[in-house]
Design a protein around this ligand. Sequence first.
Ligand SMILES: Cc1ncc(COP(=O)(O)O)c(C=O)c1O
Length: 366
Amino acid sequence: MVLTTTSIRESEESLHCTFASRYVQEPLPKFKIPKKSMPKEAAFQIVNDELMLDGNPRLNLASFVSTWMEPECDKLIMASINKNYVDMDEYPVTTELQNRCVNMLAHLFHAPVGDDETAVGVGTVGSSEAIMLAGLAFKRKWQAKRKAEGKPFDKPNIVTGANVQVCWEKFARYFEVELKEVKLKEGYYVMDPAKAVEMVDENTICVAAILGSTLTGEFEDVKLLNELLTKKNKETGWDTPIHVDAASGGFIAPFLWPDLEWDFRLPLVKSINVSGHKYGLVYAGVGWVIWRSKEDLPDELVFHINYLGSDQPTFTLNFSKGSYQIIAQYYQLIRLGFEVITEITLNTTLCFFKSEQQLPGLYYLI
Ligand SMILES: Cc1ncc(COP(=O)(O)O)c(C=O)c1O
């Protein structure tokens, strides 16, 4: 092993790097900034050697995140690695590429965008941020409606399956929304739409369905959910909407099952998130959230920054972030096109089937 760690006291632990010792003699404190600088070669050697103990990303199938891109795209990434996305006046072309991606995805998900209209959506760090933003939009819309009706608006809830990814629990805890989970049962590991609709009440800000459950890859039946919820909305006078967490399935279903109705073709689906860094084939750090229309994103959540001169509307949790992920996403979409994305998707989804035993419309990613 190249690196050894000497533990004197926890706070005084230091690194001894064998190969870097041609440049440096002193051990490197582990938890304190070293007093002196060191040659760049030594810094590289030390960090590089320690990183050898990490796994090999190309062998990492956890979290379904892309670990390889073409060298041409790597070149674009290196050329834009120092661009701060939020400086939109400095990097208007990057902003434009983001807008193009948003529109491409909105069309892919059948958003009702007229020829002379632009789609409503934003690039995020991943599906987690996208879900926080979508959830906030639902919470604000619900609160505004309740306030206007003179009804209490302090106990919002969201209905999901118990199979939701942890980001939904984060959303619920961070933004003070009760998470009402439909229990799973032996042999049935996704949200049952009928049970979900039963759990909806006047405080439900939305029902979140998953297209590609993290546990099994199974698609939830969004079409049936839309039907049942439409019926309940009619009976009660509520207008509970649906969000689709298509973190994985958003880049699968449109290519493998274009006729499967899970997206904005269903009237109650008001927003959809997808991870660009999963089956969108980009390295970690990009997700997307698309709204059905302007009306579904409350104005009060959009901030207008004029940091560098012109007015730039933003709706993100962070201010500064990298640009390369957006550029890489645009590269993948135009480079591969519908045809090759479909081929890659077929190859990467090891097997898929429609189960006759389950509710109709259940599809699987893996
Ligand atoms: C269904 C689902 N939603 C959300 C997420 C979170 O996505 P991200 O890692 O892009 O934040 C995941 C990640 O595995 C997921 O599977």
